[in-house]
Design a protein around this ligand. Sequence first.
Ligand SMILES: [Fe+2]
Length: 297
Amino acid sequence: MTMVAPGAPPPPVNLRRAAELPAGAAALSDALFAGEMVVYSGIAPFQALIKRARDVVEDVFGEDPQIAEQSLDPATFKKHASNARKQIVDHPHIHRLWVETLEEIGYEARTVRCDKMRLRIAPSSEAMRSRLIRPLPVHRDSWGSGIMCQINWWAPLYRLHETRTMLIWPEGFDQPIANTTEEWDYHTLLSGEIPDYPLLPRARAKPPGKPIAVMIGPGELLAFSAAHLHASATDRSGQTRFSLDTRSIWETDVWAGRGAPNVDSATPPHWDMFGRASIADPGNQEQTDSNTQGGSR
Ligand SMILES: [Fe+2]
């Protein structure tokens, strides 16, 4: 696993392997809220989760989903994408495997509130894209949620390429950039009254420094603060990037007042994005629609 800047020597990166951290979820929080990015490898339930997700995607798109956009008409591609996304988000085995993954990482599952697992599809071709199936521009998830202790989790389903992955701007973690959080309204988004209302606040300026392209392998898992500036990278290869992402809040962080610095967001905390119940008891969750959750990557 490496992280490199496209076309340039890699900049200094606050990236760590999970094995380098002290044991326990508190150490992970401390690292992430200081701007580090942490990569987990070899977690058996997560590897099983990735296999399940690939099975779904390959059942829908065929043997090689990454090149399906080259042979499908846009309407069929979008229909398949929507179908695969729905199957993943509602998949009981994937949910169970994610709970087991969090426990392996060091959480007591009943103390974690979590978004569902989302399938992200970033097509190469403009024609294949839609509101929810597209590469995302530069943003912080915390601009949308207002929750500074939110942790983002991200993982590819297939091998990544430097031009088909997620970009993160490490220097933007604690540097403010102009954005639309003052005018963006979560409840307007939820109401659905304005067609194509932005899923998230957007940046009004270029992020500082050079981005790094996340280059982790299938079965590996990246954790990063929701306050990191990030975006999708796509290219003209005709290949689609498939990845999973979700978000979590650890109640212990909330009570301890831990979190990343808020350097530029006017968004108040929207705790309802994460429901009332813990991930261990998803039946009571009142989660919002996939349109509203983080809009990640
Ligand atoms: Fe995001």
